[in-house]
Design a protein around this ligand. Structure first.
Ligand code: PMP
Length: 444
């Protein structure tokens, strides 16, 4: 098979690629042209095992006919209709289906759903809901938002401000009054741990420290990823999320879990909220919501938060929304996705394979340059010793080598992140380890 005709054409300059140096990409383009099940096909015809579910989003695997058919039907029936002062049935249907599996426990289920178009929009929406909620209950002085170092909450100004990735923040102004907890990554005490580390719950006391510093009456919400994904798979220490929940409750601070990655079965429960048994007040989602097929996000809110914003004299308390909130095509894709999750038991399947996954990943321990391995659910972070002269280069080289050997991974700093579709077979777990091991050896 020959290379794709796009190669070496001006088209390769026209697309301004996200988080990517076009010039570097163009020199050796990696082009994916089709996908089915656990595999992509590259433009040179090679099959690439999808070790990262695209970008943490294709949870049910690729090429699902049910989703394609639902999207096609919906396009032919109702391509677009507004949801401002108007509605269309499928948005309500999808919200109801989501409410049935909404994160939470018997006493508190976050079954009120606000639709967005991405993870970043879900985060900014959740932050705005938190601010509007505090004002609605007479706590208008609470305008401060707390995030965490090494948190990733997308690229909107809200998400950027509570996020903790220095390079993403540096050039841009931040929202006033944000502050950050320390991250929980502690390789000195917690290296090569399967699941939740023993040490570090005390880091949640950072929130008490910020309350003491700023005053609880200034703080609206605290947002964290239950498992930080994009910054290299940081798993919460035992007791940490529980303690954050206690401190938030004590001080009237809303707790937001950013479940853009951890939602929809990634850990072996529908949401990380359910997996860890800690219930926040708002949950953000996207990605697995539509199996990555049609861009969409959703914010799940508790009834207490929702109802407080429905008491306004004119009936509108939240001046916020998107042209495409509840887009019919995205909703059709979402409902078909939920059907697949239900029929194939995918929202809990990982519970059965997580131990095998962890064992296989930890087999890479001892390879040259591997300084930590972290696993939870169907996620793994393999951390390599950075080259002193070129931080990030070693993991990037492993990523490139893996691709050449037929495996798609994600790279962040000197960490290789893995999060394959939830339909993965045990044999394919072995394949990932074999390829990754060979790539690590070669680059070392
Ligand atoms: N929050 C988290 C936790 C994420 O992992 C991401 C994306 N990886 C986002 C927000 C942003 O989502 P999007 O790229 O869809 O805007």
């Amino acid at each position: 098979m020959t290379d794709h005709p796009l190669r070496n054409t001006p088209a390769m300059d026209a697309f301004w690629m996200p988080f990517t140096a076009n010039r570097q990409f163009k020199a050796a383009p990696r082009l994916l042209v089709s996908a089915e099940g656990m595999h992509y096909t590259a433009d040179d015809g090679r099959r690439i095992l999808d070790g990262s579910a695209g970008l943490w989003c294709v949870n049910a695997g690729h090429g699902r006919r049910g989703i394609a058919a639902a999207v096609e039907r919906q396009l032919a029936t109702l391509d677009f209709a507004p949801t401002f002062q108007m509605g269309h049935p499928i948005a309500f249907e999808f919200a109801e289906r989501l409410a049935e599996i909404a994160p939470g426990g018997p006493d508190k289920r976050l079954d009120r759903v606000f639709f967005t178009n991405s993870g970043s929009e879900s985060v900014d929406t959740a932050l705005k809901i938190a601010l509007a909620y505090q004002r609605a209950i007479g706590q208008g002085t609470r305008t401060r938002l707390i995030g965490r170092e090494r948190g990733y909450h997308g690229v909107g100004f809200g998400g950027l401000s509570v996020g903790g990735i220095v390079s993403n923040r540096r050039v841009f102004p931040q929202l006033n009054g944000t502050d950050h907890l320390r991250h929980t990554h502690d390789p000195a005490r917690n290296a090569f741990v399967k699941g939740q580390p023993e040490h570090g719950a005390e880091l949640a006391e950072d929130l008490e420290r910020l309350v003491a510093l700023h005053g609880a009456e200034t703080i609206a919400a605290c947002i964290v990823e239950p498992v930080a994904g994009s910054t290299g798979v940081l798993v919460p220490p035992k007791g940490y999320l529980e303690r954050l929940r206690e401190i938030c409750t004590k001080h009237g601070i809303l707790l937001i879990f950013d479940e853009v990655i951890s939602g929809f079965g990634r850990l072996g429960a529908p949401f990380a909220t359910d997996f860890f048994g800690v219930v926040p007040d708002l949950v953000t989602s996207a990605k697995g919501l539509t199996n990555g097929t049609v861009p969409m996000g959703a914010v799940f809110a508790s009834r207490a938060v929702h109802d407080a914003l429905m008491q306004g004299p004119d009936g509108i308390e939240l001046f916020h929304g998107y042209t495409y909130s509840g887009h019919p095509i995205a909703c059709a894709a979402g409902i078909a996705t939920l059907d697949i999750y239900r029929e194939e038991g995918l929202l809990t399947r990982v519970a059965d394979i997580a131990d095998d996954w962890a064992a296989a990943m930890h087999d890479l321990r001892g390879r040259k340059g591997v300084i930590d391995i972290r696993t939870i659910g169907l996620v793994a972070g393999i951390e390599l010793a950075p080259r002193p002269d070129a931080p990030g280069k070693r993991a990037y080289d492993v990523f490139v080598d893996c691709f050449e050997r037929g495996l798609l991974t994600r790279v962040t700093g000197d960490i290789i992140a893995l999060s394959p579709p939830l339909i993965i077979e045990r044999g394919q777990i072995g394949e990932i380890v074999d390829i990754l091991g060979a790539a690590i050896d070669r680059v070392a």
